[in-house]
Design a protein around this ligand. Sequence first.
Ligand SMILES: [Zn+2]
Length: 95
Amino acid sequence: MYCKKCGAELPQDAVFCPQCGTSVGGGKAPRENFKKNLYRSSRNKMISGVCGGIAEYFGIDPTLVRLGLVLLTALGGAGVLAYIILAIVVPSDEA
Ligand SMILES: [Zn+2]
């Protein structure tokens, strides 16, 4: 492949042109190698990101996860325990 801006020849997996630094769209999308793992989310974060991480993992609304946890807590406190365990066990997605 070639750089669209300066025409330099680029390696197949190039993300940026080494000549002019232009971002080359032809490379592999970073998400292509994305492995689905449960992480505490740094994007959908209220307390530790556990609810957001679970929501991202299952592709659901983080609010629903939080609501479920609140209901669990209201029904006997299991939600708090589950939350604490998850906050400890599940790694953060922050590098
Ligand atoms: Zn270039």
